[in-house]
Design a protein around this ligand. Structure first.
Ligand code: DGP
Length: 112
């Protein structure tokens, strides 16, 4: 499958990793939209939120257990935003489920 994030998981494309274990990977976004902007992804390909079901929701729950740990390690003690885009209307550009974790500064009140 021609998926950029699967290639980042395999190491074919380099990334600046902030957390990794057997199930998930977190790395800095190439085009940061906040002082701190990392992406948290499942290693196993899931295309977007639309594809979450009982076969993979455990991994998604695991990601949400790890996001606070990752945020703490990045020093985001004053809060952060978690965003996921799904499909064309949301401008999802990489079709591998990912959660943007944004912080390190006061973010806009607008989300869209
Ligand atoms: P989205 O629009 O929600 O699909 O966000 C995709 C994000 O992925 C976007 O903020 C830029 C980031 N991105 C795309 N290609 C790469 C890459 O090769 N490396 C890294 N680190 N980030 C990437």
């Amino acid at each position: 499958m021609d998926c950029i994030f699967c290639k980042i998981v395999s190491g074919e494309i380099p990334s600046k990793k902030v957390y990794e274990d057997e199930k998930i990977l977190a790395f800095y976004d190439l085009n940061p939209q906040a002082k701190v902007h990392v992406l948290v992804i499942p290693k196993k390909h899931i295309s977007c939120v639309d594809e979450i079901d009982s076969s993979n929701s455990e991994t998604v729950a695991y990601i949400f257990e790890k996001i606070p740990v990752i945020a703490k390690s990045l020093g985001l003690s004053n809060g952060y935003r978690v965003i996921t885009n799904c499909g064309d209307d949301a401008c999802q550009s990489v079709k591998h489920l990912h959660f943007h974790v944004l912080g390190g500064e006061k973010l806009s009140e607008r989300m869209a």
